[in-house]
Design a protein around this ligand. Sequence first.
Ligand SMILES: [Zn+2]
Length: 259
Amino acid sequence: MRDLIGQDVDSELAVLVGQSLVDQIATSLRRDVERGTVKPGDKLPSENELTRLHSVSRAVIREAVAVLRSEGILEARRGVGVFVTDAEQQGVPFSGLSLERISSVIELLELRAACETEAAALAAGRRSPAQLETILNLHRKVGENLENGLSTRDADFALHMAIAEATQNRRFPELLRLIKPGIIMSRDLQQGRGQPGTLTPNLHLQEEHAKIVHAIFAGKAAEAREAMRAHLEGSLSRYKMLLIERVSPPGPTHSELGG
Ligand SMILES: [Zn+2]
């Protein structure tokens, strides 16, 4: 079992095609840590060894390790290797969020933007009355969560999924469902609102969604496409800002970086 199409795959494709494989390897590695097969401070076998051990592609190993790094279970030490995080470090919020993980979220957001701008346009032309009602209800739900200080992530994703469904082309919701696990980190990042090194919250979330929803309601395809593009490009730029923050040495603030 190398991967589902029997060859080495690029990282984006690995996320899409090999998602279940990535999950399997991540679970297996997590279990090794929980059972103490590898202990805090231990060095993980090399990427080559893990590839051979699990009979999967390097891309799958890399992504599984990135998942555990984002959970703070593993940490990479430059030029040395990947280690099991020290016990007291584990569970410390944001301690394990890697640059690789942020950059892979950016890759997925770019893919989403390409797919969802078109989905919004198609939905504007094809949505059924029942789908329109679902979209409006989820838009309201996001607003309620915002007002009550609750996480908007799940309702937000459900809204995007409802728009994808309204294209009447099942491949759009299928693609969203596939990439959902890859963008799961955004919740962890949003939980630390206001803390340095976390994602800047989107203060215009409800307005941005309203523009998309109104365009779909009015059957205006070009407006729906443009509103969705603006919405997802906003997310992209917030992740890119986070990436800049993490690559830069401590000191410069947002404004000094020209953001
Ligand atoms: Zn949204």
